[in-house]
Design a protein around this ligand. Structure first.
Ligand code: SF4
Length: 197
């Protein structure tokens, strides 16, 4: 049966009307729908999106020790509450919602250490103690072998050029400040960050 203009407007109106009701049938245009928000009793913590160097402000909501929501911070001077598509999906980096609407840890998140030995074609799962010991061992070995106290002109340099450090946009300013102090104290001069401007 052909759809008349009147039918089309009626169906469109019903669909549009449906967009303003939540799952409980509450009218989202009225305040009643917001009486039982899932974040009502949550603790708020200000944080920064770590995906890129824009550094948009976010508010995370935590309830019973679980992250239940992240959204743009309207009081933040950089983004004034807005987030791009990456920032908007930030919550999914940690959690996803199951079919019942409950937040569950994202099964795709890598939480273990994967190690591939030199010349090996396979990854081995290691624990963090092993990984930290291995990193410390290799850093010390390389630094001891390559540390220069003076350059060719006799100028004091106290450096190693054999180790480089790349910061991460996944870390905030304070974390990167600490990284910077650590690697400078080891004598590194090759220091960079993926989100530098
Ligand atoms: S929300 Fe988007 S623009 Fe803002 S810091 Fe995150 S990735 Fe960058």
């Amino acid at each position: 049966m052909p759809l008349t203009r009147r039918d089309f407007l009626k169906v469109s109106g019903m669909v549009a009307g449906g967009l303003f009701f939540n799952k409980k049938g509450q009218n989202l245009l009225k305040a009643e729908a917001y009486n039982d928000l899932k974040i009502e009793y949550a603790t708020e913590a200000a944080t920064i999106c770590s995906y890129c160097s824009v550094g948009c402000g976010m508010i995370s909501h935590i309830q019973d020790g679980e992250l239940i929501n992240i959204e743009g911070d309207p009081d933040h001077p950089i983004n004034e509450g807005t987030l791009c598509s990456k920032g908007s999906s930030y919550f999914n980096m940690v959690n996803i919602y199951d079919d019942e609407g409950e937040a569950r840890p994202n099964p795709g998140r890598v939480t273990k250490v994967f190690y591939r030995a030199p010349y090996s074609e396979r990854w081995q799962v290691k624990d963090w103690d092993w990984a930290l010991d291995k990193m410390a061992e290799r850093i010390k070995e390389t630094r001891d072998e390559t540390f220069e106290t003076t350059d060719d002109n006799g100028v004091t340099v106290n450096r190693t050029t054999a180790i480089a450090h790349l910061g991460s946009a996944m870390c905030n300013n304070e974390e990167n400040y600490i990284f910077h102090k650590l690697v400078r104290s080891l004598g590194l001069v090759n220091i960079d960050h993926c989100a530098r401007l």
